[in-house]
Write a protein that binds this ligand. Structure first.
Ligand code: SAM
Length: 290
């Protein structure tokens, strides 16, 4: 049985009286090439743990389970659980959790899976064809909580992918691009046309691989202040840095002006022109103003 075949999805829907939910972003993949690209990009090895977000009927789960020591698949839709138990019955290395990924304690999953069948787990790869509404929250959750994964390989709306990998100064560069650049190296894996999903979404998609940095790319005196600067800078995109940063962390206009000058950054520039190194310099200079 080809799990990804449109006829399989039709058959499962009929036998299980299952209705696809638009609000849960249920657009199932039907293209083996794309499925292969998502599971090949993270270079899953036999001693790796894979965490999958939103397995649906299990097309990615099955391919990941062939390569990994173990797969933990987190699916919010209770009605998909008996379906997954059926479609993935041949595997003994898959654990399905009926949970909301946004409320899932990922550290706990890692703690509970340090070993599998007496073998030490070596790498942690997160994969998924995400419902679009959770793309940014789930990425930020993983990054901000410091989940020690090697990579996150996920399908998302093309427009969101463009934002995540945007360089400073480009039209789509924003707070999320800067935050992701701080935590990860971003690689484009594939563009995905809407025709390969059932049902078809309105927009095209893309797969990105975010490789988490083992070491932070900047020396920051105060990481929180760095993110406050990014948030404030992009919160008021049209304003100059001097204006958008005034008030951040309680700093006065004079302190911001002096910090920008120490950091060697023109106070009339806008946040959208700054890369993470420059944001780092500004935040470190501000920190010295305490
Ligand atoms: N992986 C399957 C595929 O590629 O065909 C399904 C992908 S579908 C775009 C997204 C899946 O995520 C659905 O199965 C949906 O029920 C599930 N989902 C939606 N919100 C979720 C959440 N907050 N936590 C876990 N799973 C969720």
């Amino acid at each position: 049985m080809k799990l990804y075949a449109p006829s399989t999805i039709k058959d499962i829907k009929a036998r299980h009286d299952f209705q696809l939910s638009r609000s849960l972003g249920q657009n199932f993949l039907t293209d083996k090439n794309i499925i292969d690209k998502i599971v090949e990009a993270p270079e899953i090895g036999p001693h790796d743990l894979v965490i999958e977000i939103g397995p649906g009927i299990g097309v990615l789960t099955a391919e990941a389970a062939r390569r990994a020591a173990k797969v933990v698949a987190v699916e919010i839709d209770r009605k998909l659980i008996p379906i997954l138990q059926e479609t993935l019955a041949e595997f003994d290395n898959i654990e399905i959790l009926n949970q909301d990924i946004l409320k899932t304690d990922l550290h706990k999953i890692l703690e509970q899976n340090r070993e599998y069948k007496g073998q030490k787990i070596e790498g942690v790869k997160i994969i998924g064809n995400l419902p679009y509404y959770i793309t940014t929250p789930i990425i930020m959750k993983i990054l901000e909580e410091g989940v020690p994964a090697d990579s996150i390989t996920i399908m998302m709306q093309k427009e969101v992918a463009d934002r995540l990998k945007a360089p400073p100064g480009s039209r789509t560069y924003g707070a999320i691009s800067a935050a992701v650049a701080y935590y990860c190296r971003v690689d484009h894996v594939a563009n995905v046309p809407k025709e390969v999903f059932i049902p078809q979404p309105k927009v095209d998609s893309a797969v990105l691989k975010l490789s988490l940095r083992k070491e932070k790319p900047l020396e920051l005196a105060n990481e929180k202040l760095f993110f406050q600067c990014i948030k404030a800078g992009f919160g008021q995109r049209r304003k100059t840095l001097l204006n958008s940063l005034t008030g951040v962390g309680g700093y006065t206009k004079e302190q911001v002006e002096s910090a920008l000058s120490e950091a060697g950054i023109d106070s009339k520039r806008r946040a959208e022109t700054l890369g993470i190194e420059e944001f780092g310099k500004v935040a470190n200079a501000l920190q010295r103003k305490i």
